[in-house]
Design a protein around this ligand. Structure first.
Ligand code: AMP
Length: 209
């Protein structure tokens, strides 16, 4: 198996895909989840995250490096990292130091209108981090507002509002989208259209097998 970097706009289905890949033995690493965990005891970080802007590289790399070291040789998926070309360059150096392989980069492509709709109808489980939708049939929980897997009450993320979506989408287009070119030049980029989210997993399996 190959390590995977997921590059995608907000609400493209990174989290859902990561959870599906965990069944193959992958460890899913979401820098957003790690930062939200840290923000519970760090008010400054909490405020920054509510705004939807990117967090400094120092903070992100510290959390990520510790995590990668703890994984030893297990395969992992990066969900939400790198977010900028600078992070990608720093990550290349980190991998060299840790003697790990970059693997493949999967770019999930979806139109903006679909993403906004997914964002405002998204509900997440604060315990196991699974994502649900209040409207998309395949992603609805069996019982309204309750996680199918751990029975925890679902919540709406504070940054899943239309206003914050616009900021996060702009951040993505300005800072993250240039990664496509960066990884295309390394010949490790695979693009998948995820407008039909049911097909995404099958397409990814073809790439990594
Ligand atoms: P996500 O759960 O991936 O949508 O991330 C939620 C928020 O966490 C983002 O809006 C950023 O504020 C922050 N964040 C997550 N990953 C990164 C990263 N690699 N670099 C900087 N900020 C990040």
């Amino acid at each position: 198996m190959k390590n995977i970097i997921l590059v995608a706009p907000p609400a493209a289905g990174k989290g859902t895909l990561s959870k599906q890949l965990e069944k193959l033995g992958y460890i899913s690493l979401s820098t957003g989840d790690m930062l939200r965990e840290k923000a519970k005891t760090d008010l400054v970080l909490d405020e920054m995250m509510k705004k939807g802007t990117l967090i400094s590289d120092d903070i992100v790399f510290k959390i990520l490096e510790d995590k990668l070291i703890s994984l030893n040789d297990k395969n992992y998926i990066l969900d939400g990292f790198p977010r900028t070309v600078n992070q990608a360059i720093m990550y290349d150096k980190l991998l060299e130091r840790l003697n790990k392989d970059i693997g493949v980069v999967i770019y999930l492509d979806v139109d903006k209108e679909t993403l906004l709709k997914r964002t405002i109808t998204r509900r997440v489980c604060p315990t196991c981090k699974r994502s649900y939708s209040t409207t998309t049939k395949a992603l609805k929980p069996k019982v309204d507002d309750v996680c199918d897997f751990c029975n925890t009450s679902l919540i709406q993320r504070l940054d899943d509002t239309e206003e914050t979506f616009e900021i996060r989408y702009d951040e993505y287009m300005n800072k993250t989208y240039p990664l496509i070119n960066y990884y295309e030049n390394k010949s490790i980029l695979y693009k998948i259209d995820t407008t039909d989210s049911n097909e995404t997993y099958k397409k990814v399996l073809k790439i990594i097998q």
